[in-house]
Design a binder for this molecule. Structure first.
Ligand SMILES: Nc1ncnc2c1ncn2[C@@H]1O[C@H](COP(=O)(O)OP(=O)(O)OP(=O)(O)O)[C@@H](O)[C@H]1O
Length: 310
């Protein structure tokens, strides 16, 4: 297989050298600007609500390029997230935030560069001393670590709540039915929907459906949790309950979390760090208090003002 082909309109990145035996260092070291502990000291070694001990892996985007047709959405994007860190992506519509989550979820493939999750490339796999685009089996293995909650819930409409929560743990993780049911019951209890176990999605409010979707993501015990505008499809009175649930999850678990939201108070509460995007690039990053109270860049100020006015 040839080395990674950069798109024609982008300078080719330097060859991506897989480390000796194709194993780069274990969890990506946090960059100097990444706090190791949140100010609240909320990182706990205890198992999170998903029952898994240990921090989620670090994530690193290395010169990542994504194009849709002739449009370059991400142009050699570099950033990293420390193990267990909670990072929120903000920025104007179309700046590439959802695309970043979809690349991590392997719903989209990179057109250049490499995405690392912990010590393994997500988008590529080592072969013959080079990194080559990942095959389906590699993607399937990597995907198990990553859970995503979508704006539109994406529950299976023809399955009841219990089956929505047990289907993938049984099929993908190989749990026995009893184990999966036990896990589902525990999670439904946690999200306050134990009494809806037999309901179908259409019988639930949007807020309840989103809680089920959160429980379903956690049922896979992901080490990375991606949240994409999870409250923007909800009626205003349902937003608080879902946000409170996610605040608790962020506080109590050690997953690495990436969140896209237009809710700045929510972003402030759950993030260790905020990345401000514009046209596929990071224009500013920092702890939430810095970004929201003293943004350095005019584009960040303009964006925050526009969000406040909306
Ligand atoms: N499947 C696709 N096909 C074509 N273009 C796409 C596709 N997905 C995203 N795009 C384009 O990529 C750009 C970035 O989209 P993306 O959804 O990542 O932005 P965003 O910052 O998440 O925006 P928003 O805040 O509105 O959700 C946009 O111009 C969008 O139209």
């Amino acid at each position: 297989m040839p080395p990674i082909d950069p798109p024609a309109d982008i300078d080719p990145p330097a060859d991506i050298d897989p480390p000796a035996d194709a194993d780069p260092p274990a969890d990506i070291a946090p960059s100097a600007s990444v706090p190791d502990e949140s100010p609240q000291g909320r990182r706990r070694p205890a198992p999170g609500p998903a029952g898994r001990a240990g921090r989620g892996p670090g994530i690193r985007f290395e010169k990542v390029v994504k194009r849709f047709g002739g449009t370059v959405v991400l142009r050699e994007l570099d950033f990293q997230v420390a193990p267990g860190e909670r990072v929120t992506l903000i920025g104007p519509s179309g700046s590439g935030k959802t695309t970043i989550l979809r690349l991590l979820m392997t719903l989209e493939r990179v057109d250049g560069g490499v995405i690392w999750v912990g010590d393994r490339p997500l988008s590529h796999m080592p072969r013959g001393g080079r990194l080559v685009p990942a095959g389906e089996r590699h993607l399937h293995e990597m995907r198990k670590q990553i859970g995503m909650v979508f704006q539109q819930f994406n529950l299976f409409p023809n399955m009841n709540v219990l089956r929505n929560l047990t289907e993938a743990p049984v099929r993908v993780l190989g749990l026995s039915k009893d184990e999966a049911v036990e896990r589902a019951r525990r999670l439904l209890d946690m999200v306050g929907l134990a009494d809806k176990i037999d309901a179908h999605p259409a019988q639930l409010s949007g807020g309840q459906q989103q809680r089920v979707a959160i429980a379903r993501a956690l049922a896979m015990e992901p080490r990375v949790l991606l949240l994409d505008e999870v409250t923007s499809a909800l009626d205003p009175e349902l937003v608080v309950g879902v946000q409170d649930l996610l605040r608790d999850i962020a506080r109590d678990s050690d997953m690495t979390m990436l969140c896209v939201t237009h809710e700045m108070n929510f972003a402030r509460d759950i993030s260790d760090r905020v990345l401000m995007f514009d046209r596929g690039r990071i224009v500013e990053e920092g702890p939430p208090e810095q970004i929201f109270e003293a943004p350095a860049e005019q584009r960040t100020r303009d964006f925050l003002q526009a969000v406040l006015a909306s």
